[in-house]
Ligand binder design. Sequence first.
Ligand code: BMA
Length: 348
Amino acid sequence: MTDAKKIATTTIRKKMTRRTAELLRRLSEIPKKGYAFGHQDALSYGITWKNNGKKMKSDVALVCGKYPAVFGFELGNLEKALPNSIDSVNFDIMRKLIRKAYKKGGVVTLSWHPDNPVSNGNAWDITKAVPSLLPEGDRYDTLYEWTKNLAHFFRSLKDKKGKRIPVIFRPYHEMNGGWFWWGKGHCNAQEYQRLWRETHRLLVREFKVHNLLYCYSPNLLFRKKDYLTYYPGDAYVDMLGIDVYQHLTTGLFKRHLKKDLRTLQTVAKAKNKPYALTETGLEKVNTANWFTKVLHPLLKDSGICYALVWRNDSERHHYAPFPGHTSCDDFIRFSRLEEVLFLNDLKR
Ligand code: BMA
């Protein structure tokens, strides 16, 4: 690392708000007690309801009486300054829910599925785009505008006293898969890293956003050495993650997750950064005792700070139980396990 870069890095770290540094410390300390349970869009909607932002509500809480400790929110569409996310959550309501989650001691993590800046299709439109977003590219102005719109939202996340709420930002995820425009096959590792660093630079330097922790999260790996292929560098990443879903058999999921969690642990320990299972789940949760017999045994000694299951969109697309679901009893048992931390277990 050149001296100039070293100085730049130190400056960036120093600007992090006190609360953001505190969030980083909290995340590092969670594994001493267990791991936190997270749910994507937990507060925004459930299978039969939608939140207007006035009160906390969650399918998970309706089932087991406890709120998740980690709350996922999705930012897709915010880059275009649209009023609602790609999953139909109004951003003003989202802001209110983030405030409530933080006030109660919860951890907030933000995913982002931005549209394809070249084709105007969605995040899954794999028209080549990354090179054109880079400073020398012909769509750099789009990256600038989009990042500005995100920054505006991040800066608006404030508690009652006007202090900025710290959140985890997990952009350009699952880059080692080929399904997103920023993923494998649609840009090379160097272009990806430059996109990440430029986004980071714009947020920190240009738009003065200092309440974010940056999380790097590839999808399921094939080889251990693949974890860092797209890694933008220690100065641009605060925590490490991995997304591993059960798409096929339980046996395969167990084998894959076990291996990947070990990789994650090794890399994160060497880098001294907290790490998490940033997305997981079995769609529809239709395996008996999945939470207590499949997921938990894999996670309990993994050292992760949290595991987040994906969203409860509909009867066909959900990852957490809801009242009446066949996995409710198992989930209640899961929620009572000492090592599984819910909102009340995370003291700030
Ligand atoms: C995917 C699905 C989509 C959703 C996207 C972003 O896994 O749940 O329906 O739009 O995540 O949240």
